[in-house]
Design a binder for this molecule. Structure first.
Ligand SMILES: Nc1ncnc2c1ncn2[C@@H]1O[C@H](COP(=O)(O)OP(=O)(O)O)[C@@H](O)[C@H]1O
Ligand SMILES: [Mg+2]
Length: 300
């Protein structure tokens, strides 16, 4: 067994659920979360920056001392590994093979980003046999002990494969750009979420803004609409500036937080990570175990 597999096996075998330490001098809010935070990163329109946000946010949160796991659940256009410049050989559904364990599908990617590739077919997870669902659940349960935060990069839109992840996660980051088409599609997600989510916790991330005022305008528009027509409060986690460093880093297959840590987009991501850790109080409700139960249809 290579070093990576061994280390992961040790981590998986560690039966203690991670509980953040009460370290003196650190802001209290960052300590208030017990259990694993599960966030779905989603959008109405495709190509608005979900994957770049997910990967770079994972790096920023890792730098802040959090153990982060990324799950690539964008089945149509899975490209976490493309942005990271790393390639996973196995994906989540390989766990159905008896010989495959969690550490075989869990990639220790570059820049400290651990990730699992979803692979196609996971959208049918709820229809698998009882035994198959049990097996996947058992093997995936270890992720809750490995990570303080699990970021799920979902696809765009309202398909069942996207909404299942969005509705099972405790927190949702809804990414949009200021373009009217992206806003209309973001509203469609908000509407579906307002109808079906049990515990509503959705936050906006406005990507590709030219200035702060533009972001404020977008957020105000969506908040007003949500309040008026959906009766659902919607928070804003923050914004990311339009920055050519993003495109350059994608071409180099090196996340911009690593390639150009001083660029404006990277500084925005740092801000988002800080808001996530030290902003409004977050209580884990379902956590990872509850997420798995819902995805694998054990709650219905
Ligand atoms: N803040 C930004 N500034 C400039 N270009 C961006 C920014 N965010 C995303 N992009 C561009 O948009 C493309 C799509 O981003 P990606 O993260 O793959 O979107 P999604 O995962 O939502 O499909 C990137 O390859 C990049 O060229
Ligand atoms: Mg993507």
């Amino acid at each position: 067994m290579n070093d990576q597999a061994q280390r992961l096996r040790q981590l998986v075998d560690d039966k203690t659920e991670y509980i953040p330490q009460q370290n003196a001098g650190q802001p209290m809010q960052a300590m208030s979360t017990q259990g694993t935070r599960v966030l779905a990163v989603t959008s109405g329109k495709g190509g608005v920056g979900k994957t770049n946000l997910t990967v770079n946010l994972a790096i920023a949160l890792g730098m802040a001392g959090q153990r982060v796991l990324v799950i690539d659940a964008d089945l149509g256009m899975a490209n976490v590994d493309v942005v990271l410049g790393s390639m996973s050989k196995k994906h989540l559904l390989n766990l159905l093979d008896n010989q495959t364990e969690l550490e075989d599908v869990l990639m220790q990617g570059p820049y400290g980003v651990n990730y699992i590739s979803g692979g196609s077919g996971i959208e049918k997870a709820a229809d698998f046999t009882y035994e198959e669902r049990q097996l996947l659940m058992q093997k995936l349960a270890g992720c809750g002990r490995l990570a303080d935060i699990i970021l799920i990069d979902t696809g765009a839109g309202l398909g069942k494969n996207v909404m299942d992840f969005v509705l099972a996660a405790d927190e949702v980051l809804l990414v949009t750009t200021p373009e009217p088409t992206a806003l209309t599609d973001a509203y469609a997600v908000m509407k579906a979420y307002s109808m079906y989510a049990v515990n509503k916790n959705i936050k906006l991330v406005v990507n590709r803004v030219y200035d702060e005022a533009e972001s404020r305008e977008v957020v105000a528009k969506l908040q007003q609409t949500s309040h008026r027509f959906l009766n659902m409060p919607i928070d804003c986690l923050g914004y990311i500036f339009e920055d050519s460093a993003v495109m350059r880093s994608v071409r180099k297959q090196t996340p911009f937080l690593a390639a150009q840590p001083g660029c404006t987009a990277a500084r925005c991501i740092q801000g988002l990570a800080n808001s996530m850790l030290y902003g409004s109080k977050m209580t884990v409700k379902r956590g990872w175990a509850g997420f798995l139960q819902q995805i694998f249809n054990f709650t219905r």
